[in-house]
Design a binder for this molecule. Structure first.
Ligand code: KG4
Ligand code: ZN
Length: 335
């Protein structure tokens, strides 16, 4: 069962061939990061135009790398949402046209489910397990009861964790994407220099990161009002302190949820799962909880994870038809 999967929800045009939901035969990512970097973040209209340029060659490369032709493909899968509507539309329209022309089944995948299924590419997943989904657009602690049943324990009330990294990095002039930039700057900084508080939320497992972004901005503004510009070392210290606060909130709440609900395995997915400090904090648990991650290339947006999720959709008989549309706010149903 070889699925051609396409992902275009944000700033990566990606195509992959995945066999039986597990074996990655090819995984091509045409990144737009350099294009958006000069603006300090993703510009949706530019993203759509880049997807248009990149999608056909990316799919062709994915086929080539897998040594396949369109005839060898058993189904076409595509991220249908959530994401940037114009960006999603490019992938969805392309996948629909392919499925129609080739008369192959079409599968519309939820982006979040794709991130979770990145785990199944490299691990033998046993349900239920606890997941931390932390990307540029979502942060949540989820009980994964089966490949299609989820119970949401908590989510961010404002900015997603990756968004917080991105906004803080922008404020410090460290560049886009913020996560890797802050992680790198933090290596030279002192995390104990500034103590940013972890936001208290009404519901234990919710997160809130917008206050942290404001605290960093306030710090910068106060320095400016005193006529002081930030030195490079100040930026490194702020990056390290902010990273410490974000990772502590994510790790403490996720470990508490695992302990309280009795989970012995935590799966961490999404771009922020690539963060080394987060990994270290989760690994430092005293309860023998095993923490699993996708390889870094499968943490950030990619199409292999969409192909993995699509295999589960296929097994469930969950197909899309020509009415499939890009849904920027595509809901996920929680039990
Ligand atoms: O999963 P992803 O590629 O796209 C979304 O679905 O949003 O996640 C991108 C996010 C960005 O906000 C980026 O700053 C963050 O993941 N990210 C990281 C790291 N690498 C990427 N955050 C922290 N540490 C990293 N090493
Ligand atoms: Zn994503």
């Amino acid at each position: 069962m070889r699925i051609l999967a396409i992902e275009s929800s944000c700033d990566e045009t990606a195509a992959a061939i995945v066999r039986d939901g597990k074996e990655v035969l090819s995984n091509i990512i045409a990144t737009q990061i350099p294009v958006h970097q000069i603006y300090g973040g993703v510009v949706p209209e530019i993203a759509s135009r880049c997807h248009l340029q990149n999608i056909a060659p990316t799919v062709e490369q994915a086929l080539q790398q897998a040594n396949m032709t369109f005839d060898d493909v058993d189904a076409i899968a595509v991220t249908a949402g959530p994401g940037l509507v114009g960006a999603l539309l490019v992938g969805v329209s392309y996948a629909k046209a392919l499925a129609y022309a080739l008369q192959k089944p079409l599968i519309g995948v939820h982006h979040w489910q794709g991130h979770l299924c990145a785990l199944q590419l490299e691990h033998d997943i046993e349900y239920p397990y606890l997941a931390l989904v932390a990307s540029g657009s979502h942060s949540g602690i989820v009980e994964v009861l089966s490949d299609n049943d989820f119970r949401l324990l908590g989510a961010s009330l404002d900015d997603a964790a990756g968004e917080a990294f991105d906004k803080i990095s922008r404020a410090l002039g460290l560049g886009y994407p913020g996560g890797p930039a802050i992680q790198k700057a933090a290596l030279l900084g002192d995390a104990a220099k500034i103590s940013f508080p972890i936001a208290k939320t009404h519901d234990t497992y919710d997160f809130s990161f917008s206050g942290l972004k404001s605290a960093v901005l306030n710090h910068i503004n106060q320095r400016r009002m005193r006529g002081e510009e930030l030195t490079e070392q100040d930026k490194y210290d702020l990056a390290a302190s902010a990273q410490e606060a974000i990772c502590t909130a994510l790790a403490e709440k996720t470990l508490l949820a695992a302990q309280t609900k009795g989970y012995s395995v935590i799966g961490v997915v999404g771009g922020v799962a690539a963060n080394q400090l987060l990994r270290q904090k989760l690994a430092d648990n005293k309860n023998g909880i095993r923490v699993i991650y996708p390889s870094p290339i499968f943490c950030t947006d990619n199409a292999a994870m969409i192909g993995a999720a699509a295999y589960n959709y296929y097994q469930r008989g969950e197909f899309a038809d020509m009415s499939l549309n890009a849904d920027p706010r595509k809901p996920i149903y929680f039990v």
